[in-house]
Design a protein around this ligand. Structure first.
Ligand code: ZN
Length: 437
């Protein structure tokens, strides 16, 4: 134990504070090692993933948070690098709950063209830029929900980030994702041609093999399309049967992974939830009975408001100048039902449909659609961490968690757009962009 530590603190300490100090002392025996510097970070406000605190400090050593407490009891360890920006807020690294690092906005290149005409090498080159933009926007973790025709390029990008080859967030990746035969796109080609699909087709017993194969190739989770726009008139309609979804989930769960579901219709959502899906993506038509089922099962809802807004605008809607089209009104309704029923709502914009690095758009829309800013901040940190089953690693400012931290100018609990101004980003104890240090 570093006996010098006790001299820095007032004598009159509660047991809790004392235990905290002991923990700090044990962990900070060598706090001047150049290989693993110690940081002492203060800000006007510190959001710990659940609550906002004034006059707190955080101590980071190497790639871990070792202490977070009021400044009066947590003083700067000798040799620590002090980080302080006036008028700022420190938060856990933000978590993007629904991304596609291999896609970019459809108003630049249509989804069909990205999937069918661009090589995996080209798409991977673009993705290296996308992940960098994501990290520099303050998002230190992302759950990527399907390569959309780029095979397992996401698994390799994740490895390149982990190996330190390129900067990017911690990734949970899906690989190809699973769709029912005949349901997914691109469509409209002569059936004699082999067309690269946006996900892997499987049905019936073959779902077991495909699920295992995707896991074997590096999927951290299994994504299924529980419905898709293949109804008689092009509307969303369920794809897999309940039994098929149960089969996928059984295989997925036995490997220690989770199944998540794209679903817009209530029937598809309910089948997916009953089969064990842990999150529902989009949920455009969410009604009260589905919301109640989600609440009961603890299923997390990712509304992807930004994707709906972006696609609707690509189709010509002038937001602010024209009335809201039905798709937007529907999304608003689904979002307010989920809120009123107490469904757990995560933050995931389906980024890729819109610009990587503009991830905060989803959070701004969540506020616009009626969620208080502090709750939105929670959604992008502690709620998402739990939804990704990473709550012991990220999403909180707590001793033992990874040193994934961001300082923003202003107070995002008052104005969520403050998150557009990251001043200092740390992931895994490394400050980005490193050249700014
Ligand atoms: Zn998506």
């Amino acid at each position: 134990m570093n006996t010098n530590m006790k001299n820095r603190f007032p004598i009159n300490l509660s047991i809790g504070k004392l235990l905290l100090l002991i923990a700090i002392s044990l962990l900070s025996i060598t706090n001047t090692n150049a290989q693993s510097p110690t940081y002492y970070i203060t800000a006007d406000r510190i959001f710990d993933g659940e609550q906002m605190h004034a006059n707190w400090a955080v101590v980071v050593k190497a790639n871990k948070i070792i202490a977070a407490a009021p400044k009066e009891i947590l003083t700067k360890p000798a040799g620590a690098i002090a980080v302080q920006y006036p008028g700022s807020t420190l938060t856990p690294g933000l978590i993007e709950g629904h991304s596609h690092i291999l896609l970019y906005p459809y108003n630049k290149t249509t989804w069909d063209d990205q999937v069918t005409k661009e090589t995996d090498a080209y798409r991977t080159a673009r993705a290296t830029v996308h992940v960098k933009k994501t990290l520099l926007a303050g998002f230190t973790t992302a759950r990527d929900l399907g390569s959309e025709g780029a095979g397992y390029a996401d698994v390799s990008i994740k490895k390149a980030i982990e190996d330190g080859v390129i900067p990017g967030p911690r990734l949970l990746v899906t690989g190809r994702a699973i769709v029912a035969t005949g349901s997914y796109g691109p469509k409209g080609f002569d059936h004699d041609q082999h067309i690269m699909l946006g996900a892997e087709e499987a049905d019936g017993n073959n779902l077991i093999k495909v699920t295992r194969d995707q896991i074997g190739k590096g999927a951290d989770l299994i994504k299924v399309y529980a419905d898709y726009r293949w109804g008689l008139n092009g509307e969303a309609a369920p794809t897999f049967t309940l039994d098929e979804l149960k089969k996928i989930n059984e295989v997925t769960a036995s490997s220690g992974r989770v199944m998540v579901a794209h679903a817009k219709t209530n029937e598809a959502m309910q089948r997916a939830i009953l089969a064990g899906a842990t999150t529902i993506e989009h949920g455009d038509l969410l009604d009260e009975s589905t919301a109640e089922l989600m609440k009961q099962k603890g299923t997390v809802y990712f509304p992807t408001l930004a994707a709906t807004e972006s696609v609707t605008q690509y189709k010509g809607w002038k937001k602010g100048a024209e009335p809201e089209p039905e798709a937007i009104q529907q999304k608003r309704k689904a979002f307010s039902i989920a809120m009123s029923k107490g469904v757990i709502i995560g933050m995931g914009g389906d980024v890729g449909v819109f610009e990587h690095g503009n991830n905060v758009l989803e959070m701004e829309l969540m506020v616009q659609y009626g969620m208080p800013a502090l709750k939105v901040l929670k959604a992008a940190t502690s709620v998402n961490a739990r939804a990704l089953n990473m709550q012991d690693q990220v999403g909180f400012i707590k001793p033992g968690h990874f040193a994934d931290l961001v300082i923003f100018a202003g107070d995002p609990s008052q104005n969520i757009s403050a998150l557009r101004n990251p001043l200092w980003i740390m992931k895994d104890g490394v400050v980005y962009p490193p050249e700014k240090q």
